[in-house]
Design a protein around this ligand. Structure first.
Ligand code: ADP
Ligand code: MG
Length: 687
């Protein structure tokens, strides 16, 4: 970070000679400023513990009095085992050193000692890693009672040298550490001053203070990063590379008023942002994210309507035919009173229908087209494509989207997703998209109640389905998943369908799977929508987007076979109306991870939380903390856990960059010089 200390050379630190400077350079550290920004990645805890509170296997530090003579056993070559009794508080414990026979002479009975190491509960033994004698250890090297920073070191730089040098640097230059964050942000979040935070990160005193220091640096890091990204975008947005749609605002307002419900505050804000982007001359590239059921579709509908009022066409691309069909119908219903023409383009149109449709599209007879990836085939041409909406964008590759984009004169693009990790995270972090988030669900939604049950409870599950159907509601039953084999999945669906038809002779049980023709799928979905089918047995083809608000129960067979985010998507098919909804996960989890996965699903309805826990359970390193992930690397921040801070930082940085004052007032000079140093105006900071 830019501050005066970034021009002070390392040799100014007492005890750092030319040799050491070279070694520090090898760690990427050139100045005192760099060194002070080199934060530990964890801490070694040397705070004294009470033995009555520690758990087996924990790494602990205890203090005690040596009790009796040490015993040295030598075995093999260079191998030894040194044991001694220790009186710690009221406990008599054993301390063991391996291969450190030279310690023996120091272990005189009665002497006080502090030992750190792994605690073995059963044998009341501590396997000593490090030890210290209070009567000898004084001055800067004493560790007892402290948290010691652990830095990443390589080459000639040792942990001890780095600790000592940073300590010395703080002593000499700590007072010169300058604040970099704007004062209003520091006040808003009650952030610790930079000077104090840096010192505490290197020399933590207690957990509370450490937390506050970390919070500050995480915010700073993410804010400065976002500032760079947003400043770059701001500079580029002045380029008029898109269409400035002349949106007919009064018409759009009437359309919104005519909707069957009031928009939520988030939806209103999203609409306002979108309209602003559509009218602006730069090409919009915006992500609309919101949890399952947050109501993304209607926001897209308003945007599509808006470009039509400006004389352009809109396209909505979705991943499945079922979804295309559904969206086409609901857009038609919304747009019909306003005279808009909506077309449907999927892979299963007849040649004739397809030719007609393409003709109308090209002549501008159609205002809106909904389709699957059939939309991006070469012969699809528009008269004037103004807005492309891509729903459930995580299902599409980047290239597919850019093809659709090229079909217009650089049309505006809106992508929508409910899956917040890891794609969205990357996008959010990189800032190559503007992001709008729907933070709340429409009013009156009741949280879905989720249960995990074993297969032998099937009778009771069927009872629950019957009860809901008798209340006038409908049910989905998702069939067991057999990885990589659509054929077997289909067979499962057929079997379950037969079973349920038998179990519910008086109800209409429908069947839906990927091997059915488009017409068959459409028929059964249509029947389900109109409640002519009460129970719908399906493979995961309904995973994304399907919207039948009267359905209140989602039963998922073999739930452990599904990913958590997928389960959340499936569950999101219910809970879309005002009725209490249920999700039943049928599973016989065999191991702890599987059990934990079921627990996560029953404990939370929050898609982001679920995605986060999913990544945790699958183990980190999948996407984070590795260079290959393509995510920017941060010193203190951890994108997975600090995601909310990233969102704040993004908003704050965006607001600041948007202020005239930021580009003119003197108090922002340090921030602007930081941006200049990183050459923001010149090139993409993310290249
Ligand atoms: P998702 O964000 O998962 O795509 P949808 O757009 O399918 O969600 O919306 C879910 C359901 O909520 C739909 O039935 C939709 O009509 C309804 N809905 C959307 N916005 C509102 C609102 N503001 N008030 C009430 N219901 C809404
Ligand atoms: Mg949707």
């Amino acid at each position: 970070m830019a501050s005066g200390l970034h021009i002070v050379p390392l040799r100014e630190i007492k005890g750092v000679g030319p040799e050491k400077v070279k070694e520090l350079n090898a760690l990427g550290l050139a100045t005192v400023g760099d060194l002070l920004d080199y934060y530990p990645f964890r801490y070694e805890d040397y705070r004294l513990r009470d033995l009555s509170e520690v758990k087996d296997g924990e790494k602990i530090t205890i203090q005690g009095t040596l009790y009796g003579e040490p015993v040295l056993a030598i075995y093999g070559r260079n191998k030894s085992r040194l044991t001694v009794k220790l009186m710690a508080d009221r406990f008599l414990v054993t301390a063991v050193w391996f291969n450190r026979h030279y310690m023996k002479d120091k272990l005189t009975p009665g002497r006080e000692i502090v030992v750190s190491g792994k605690w073995e509960q059963k044998r009341q033994t501590i396997v000593v890693g490090e030890s210290e004698f209070p009567d000898a250890a004084q001055g800067p090297k004493a560790r007892t009672g402290t948290l010691q920073p652990v830095y990443s070191v390589t080459g000639g730089v040792t942990q001890a040298f780095l600790r000592k040098t940073i300590k010395q640097a703080l002593l000499q230059f700590g007072m010169m550490i300058e604040e970099v964050l704007p004062r209003n942000l520091i006040e808003r979040y009650d952030l610790m001053p930079r000077r104090q935070a840096v010192a505490i990160l290197h020399q933590p005193t207690g957990t509370e203070e450490g937390k506050a220091a970390r919070k500050r640096m995480v915010y700073e890091e993410l804010f400065l990063f976002q500032l760079k990204v947003q400043a770059y975008r701001a500079v580029n947005k002045s380029r008029a590379d898109g269409i400035a749609h002349a949106v007919d605002r009064p018409k759009v307002r009437d359309f919104v008023r005519g909707l069957p419900f009031q928009l939520t505050d988030s939806q209103k804000k999203a609409v306002a942002e979108l309209l602003g982007d559509l009218e602006a001359p730069f090409a919009m590239n915006r992500l609309l994210q919101g949890d399952v059921g947050a109501g993304k579709t209607v926001v897209a509908a308003v945007a599509l309507y808006a470009v039509v009022t400006a004389g352009a066409q809109g396209a909505l691309m979705v991943p499945t035919e079922i979804l295309a069909e559904q969206h086409k119908r609901s857009l038609e219903r919304l747009f019909e009173p306003y005279g808009l023409q909506v077309g449907l383009l999927t892979g299963s149109l007849t040649d004739r229908m397809r030719r007609d449709l393409l003709g109308s599209l090209q002549m501008g007879l159609l205002d809106i087209v909904v389709g699957t990836h059939a939309l991006i085939q070469e012969d699809v041409a528009f008269r004037k494509l103004g807005l492309v909406v891509v729903d459930e964008q995580h299902r599409f590759g980047v290239e597919q989207r850019s093809v659709l984009r090229r079909k217009g004169m650089n049309p505006d693009v809106l992508t929508m997703t409910a899956t917040p990790i890891p794609r969205t995270l990357a996008i959010t972090a990189f800032g190559d998209l503007d992001v709008t988030t729907l933070k709340e669900l429409p009013k009156g939604r009741k949280p879905i109640q989720t249960y995990a049950v074993t297969h032998d409870k099937l009778e009771r599950v069927l009872g629950l389905i019957r009860r809901e159907v008798e209340l006038g509601r409908q049910a989905y039953v998702i069939c067991p998943l057999i990885e990589e084999s659509e054929k077997l999945d289909v067979q499962n669906a057929i079997d379950v369908h037969a079973q349920l038809t038998y179990a519910f002779p008086d109800l209409k049980v429908g069947l839906l799977h990927g091997r059915m023709t488009a017409q068959e799928k459409e028929d059964v979905m249509g029947a389900f929508k109109e409640n002519r089918v009460q129970v719908l047995v399906s493979t995961t083809v309904i995973e994304v987007g399907v919207d039948v608000p009267n359905s209140t129960i989602m039963v998922i067979y073999d739930a452990v076979r599904f990913g958590l985010s997928q389960l959340h998507q499936l569950r999101g098919r219910v809970g879309r109306g005002e009725h209490q909804s249920y999700c039943v996960l049928i599973a016989d989890p065999k191991n702890e991870v599987a059990k934990e996965r079921m627990r996560v699903m029953t404990e939370t309805n929050d898609g982001f939380e679920i995605a986060r826990r999913d990544l945790e359970l699958r183990g980190p390193g999948d996407f984070f903390g590795t260079k290959q992930s393509g995510l920017p690397e941060f010193k203190v921040a951890d994108l997975l856990n600090d995601y909310e801070v990233l969102e704040l930082a993004r908003e704050d940085a965006g607001a600041l960059v948007g202020e005239e004052r930021f580009w003119t007032a003197a108090d922002f000079l340090p921030l602007r010089s930081y941006l200049n140093r990183e050459q923001v105006a010149g090139r993409d900071p993310l290249d």
